[in-house]
Design a protein around this ligand. Structure first.
Ligand code: MN
Length: 306
């Protein structure tokens, strides 16, 4: 069992009080609150020291260390040697990831999925990892298995809508935020989700993420943990990356059917050439339903048609 102490600021303490509201225990003397979650007991003292005890102490403390720039670990005892990789896979997580962001053709997709802690090892054994390290054909075999078994939600932003939002000043990060929030809202509304963390593969920091909602005019899901390269640290995020990529690949198949030939993925010279062909054949407007128009690809393709 690990014991870890953090010194936090008042705003973090307020956040923590709200965050653990559903897990409160009888408050010990000199404490602000005590909460118990699976594998960790959290005691916050009036001195602003917060003690984490249990097998997940390190993971839990790291979460809050991230949340508050001023927090510092003041003491660590009985813990194994410091490991930088948080043990997210010892918890039940909802993972969130997206796909199609860097691809000129096709939509942006987002997915979230809940993987219970008891299934983590089995999911890893299936070969679920960062979708960027998997082939599309393996992804198309595994994604349906995940979808059949675990609560999940998927959102897709078609190209014409993407282009419309982009023209209104809603940039890529904001669109991702919107898609993730829609997916999470749907997942939590439609399922009785018991989970320890919601882990977002970090594309912006927490503050920027929540600031976007001023402009987006939708209600944000709170309590997310933002983790860089989360696909490698948390199997639920890896599974979400697989679902998001699967949705992107399937959407590209549909676009290919509509067009009568398949479209290249990514953004490279082949993509420039293909876009130029489409412009020559059908005109620039035609790209609106197939591509992310604001990419430099569009200008390169226009030059190629001359
Ligand atoms: Mn990602």
């Amino acid at each position: 069992m690990s014991v870890l102490t953090l010194l936090v600021d008042e705003s973090t303490l307020i956040k923590m009080t709200a965050f653990y509201a559903d897990h409160l225990q009888k408050t010990p003397q000199h404490a602000r609150f005590q909460a118990k979650i699976p594998n960790c007991t959290i005691t916050a003292y009036n001195s602003k020291k917060v003690v984490f005890q249990g097998n997940l102490a390190e993971t839990e403390a790291q979460l809050w260390q991230q949340f508050s720039g001023n927090s510092q670990a003041v003491k660590k005892s009985d813990a194994p040697p410091a490991s930088l990789a948080p043990k997210w896979d010892l918890a039940t997580c909802i993972g969130c990831d997206e796909s199609g962001v860097g691809d000129y053709f096709g939509p942006v997709t987002a997915a979230c999925i809940l993987i219970p802690q008891t299934d983590v090892e089995r999911i890893r054994a299936l070969g679920i990892t960062d979708s960027k390290k998997m082939t599309d054909s393996i992804i198309c075999q595994l994604a349906p298995l995940l979808m059949a078994e675990f609560p999940h939600a998927i959102t897709l932003l078609p190209n014409s809508k993407y282009n419309h939002l982009q023209a209104q000043g809603i940039h890529g990060h904001m669109m991702k935020t919107l898609l993730h929030n829609q997916a999470l809202t749907k997942l939590l509304q439609e399922n009785q989700c018991q989970y320890d963390y919601i882990i977002m593969d970090q594309f912006v920091n927490e503050r920027a993420y929540y600031r976007y909602f001023d402009k987006l005019k939708v209600t944000p899901i709170l309590g997310l943990s933002f983790l860089p390269k989360a696909e490698s640290h948390c199997v639920a995020v890896a599974a979400a990356s697989v679902l998001a990529r699967y949705t992107y690949v399937k959407a590209m198949e549909k676009l290919a059917e509509k067009l009568g030939e398949s479209l290249p993925k990514g953004a490279n010279q082949r993509v420039d050439q293909f876009a130029a062909q489409l412009i020559s054949k059908h005109g620039l407007e035609f790209l609106d339903q197939y591509a992310k128009i604001h990419f430099a690809t569009t200008q390169k393709a226009i030059v190629l048609t001359r």
